[in-house]
Design a protein. Structure first.
Length: 128
C-alpha cells in the first residue's frame, strides 16, 4: 500500500465537497509473480467498517459506495470521500481488505482521512 495527501477539497456535486481518492492517494499493488495479473481491475477494496462522518461515493454513478470498489475505479478518479456538512468532525476513517483476483488479501487496513482548512491528509494503519 502507498498513499499521499490530497491536494485540496473539491466540489463533488451540488453543495457537496470532498476529496478525490485517486491513484496518488490510494494504490494497492502486488508483486509480479508468474501467473499473477497486475491489472487494476483485478484489485478490489472491500469495506469492512464504513466512514462515520461522511460517505464514499462513485462520481460516475453518484451513488454511495457501501461494500467495495476496484483499483481501476480509484485510478479513473471515480471514488470520492464526501464530507458531511452537518458534522463538526475533522477526521474520519474506514477499514478495508485489499484482495486480488486470486483471493490473496491484505486484511484490516485503515484509511484515516483528516481534513480542515489547514490540514488534509490520508494515513494507513494496520489494525492489531
Amino acid at each position: 500500500m502507498r498513499n499521499r495527501a490530497p491536494d485540496r477539497l473539491q466540489s463533488v456535486g451540488p453543495g457537496k465537497f470532498g476529496f478525490s481518492l485517486g491513484w496518488d492517494q490510494l494504490m494497492a499493488t502486488h508483486s509480479r509473480q508468474p501467473g499473477v495479473s497486475s491489472r487494476s481491475s483485478d484489485i478490489t477494496y472491500i469495506i469492512r467498517d464504513d466512514v462515520e462522518h461522511g460517505s464514499l461515493e462513485d462520481l460516475e454513478t453518484g451513488r454511495q459506495i457501501r461494500r467495495k470498489f476496484t483499483q481501476k475505479d480509484v485510478n479513473d478518479g471515480k471514488i470520492v470521500y464526501v464530507i458531511d456538512e452537518h458534522s463538526p468532525a475533522t477526521n474520519d476513517s474506514f477499514v478495508f481488505r485489499v484482495q486480488d483476483q486470486r483471493h490473496n488479501s491484505l486484511d484490516d487496513q485503515r484509511c484515516v482521512l483528516t481534513y480542515c482548512a489547514a490540514v488534509r491528509r490520508f494515513t494507513f494503519d494496520r489494525l492489531t
